[in-house]
Design a protein around this ligand. Sequence first.
Ligand code: HEM
Ligand SMILES: *[C@@H]1O[C@H](CO)[C@@H](O)[C@H](O)[C@H]1NC(C)=O
Ligand SMILES: *[C@@H]1O[C@H](CO)[C@@H](O)[C@H](O)[C@H]1NC(C)=O
Ligand SMILES: *[C@@H]1O[C@H](CO)[C@@H](O)[C@H](O)[C@H]1NC(C)=O
Ligand SMILES: *[C@@H]1O[C@H](CO)[C@@H](O)[C@H](O)[C@H]1NC(C)=O
Length: 301
Amino acid sequence: MSSSFSIVAAIILVTICVLGNSKAQLSSTFYTTTCPNVTSVVRGVVEQAQQNDIRIGAKLIQVHFHDCFVNGCDGSIMLDNADGIESEKDAVPNQSTDGYDQLLLKYWFLRMEAQRGKFNWEEETVGQPNQSGTTAIPSPFENLEKITKKFSDVGLDSTDLVALSGAHTFGRARCLTFVHRLYNFSGTGNPDPTIDTTYLETLRQICPNGGNGGTLADLDQSTRDEFDSNYFTNLQNKRGLLQTDQELFSTSGDTVAIVNRFANSQSDFFDSFGQSMINMGNIRPLTGSDGEIRSDCKRVN
Ligand code: HEM
Ligand SMILES: *[C@@H]1O[C@H](CO)[C@@H](O)[C@H](O)[C@H]1NC(C)=O
Ligand SMILES: *[C@@H]1O[C@H](CO)[C@@H](O)[C@H](O)[C@H]1NC(C)=O
Ligand SMILES: *[C@@H]1O[C@H](CO)[C@@H](O)[C@H](O)[C@H]1NC(C)=O
Ligand SMILES: *[C@@H]1O[C@H](CO)[C@@H](O)[C@H](O)[C@H]1NC(C)=O
């Protein structure tokens, strides 16, 4: 676990360094003087949270992804419903599996912990929520063409798509997000032909036809809590869980070669994943006076 943990902590750190910024342009060394040990602070918080929840890294990365795809990574996902505020948390796609408020508090905590640690970290810009904008988040029922379009709409290319989908190397998904593949795929009366038959049987045990929509399955059935490149090997073996995972390999196009490359080299995957997380973190960032520093993270000032 420790190596996979370091990667998660590093990712979240990069996220914070890139995000928690207003008066300067985005920079990964922004906190060198104002918050020199932000690394250890973040690592400590996530490590502690992980004692009680092995999925905390997965959950945080997914929240960050959803935040970023709606008007950029501005923390707007944190906001509750209020006068004139329609929370993104309540919008379709509501993909939270449990305790969303708790999780969001941790997300915020990561971004605020340095201030609690008596550092002068007052610069934090946040944007307005945009519930209708949540349609920009990719859905597990869309085909590769639509997913690719949603990524390119926010300036991310095929390499970003494949690398970031590699976050499905850990975490869980509910049956309702993939059961359409198991019995009557696209009205054919048959399962999705791109699922390995043994894996299909396993998934059918977990998700009976028409039942158990909320039951969880592992996104990476080979090493469910490890951050590694097995996700890509799974795709080569027709063992991708979501339709949108398997299509990266089973639909012909430029993503196939990228899947093969990451399956062959974990370090290639890690390098690309880090770069693509930065690319995603750079989607329409708020700088200067474009946002506001909230006094309560769940409400606008
Ligand atoms: C390519 C388009 C994507 C689609 C269609 C998609 C869809 C999904 C779905 C349906 C789930 C299960 C949610 C549930 O059952 O509640 C899920 C989980 C997850 N997603 Fe994605 N996702 C995509 C891309 C990403 C990206 C870019 C990241 C982050 C870089 C990410 C990180 C995660 C993680 C870590 C989980 C597991 C969360 C947990 O265990 O609670 N996904 N995704
Ligand atoms: C931050 O660094 C200082 C100096 O190294 C140390 O005394 C302090 O305990 C650190 N704070 C945290 C929360 O790690
Ligand atoms: C979204 O999911 C959470 C957690 O399962 C649930 O409490 C909430 O009611 C859901 N919201 C909508 C609009 O479905
Ligand atoms: C909300 O998001 C949609 C889709 O991304 C965008 O077209 C719209 O301008 C956004 N609205 C606001 C108020 O930011
Ligand atoms: C599969 O779905 C199609 C279209 O929804 C439906 O017409 C058909 O009866 C279904 N087949 C089975 C075996 O359920």
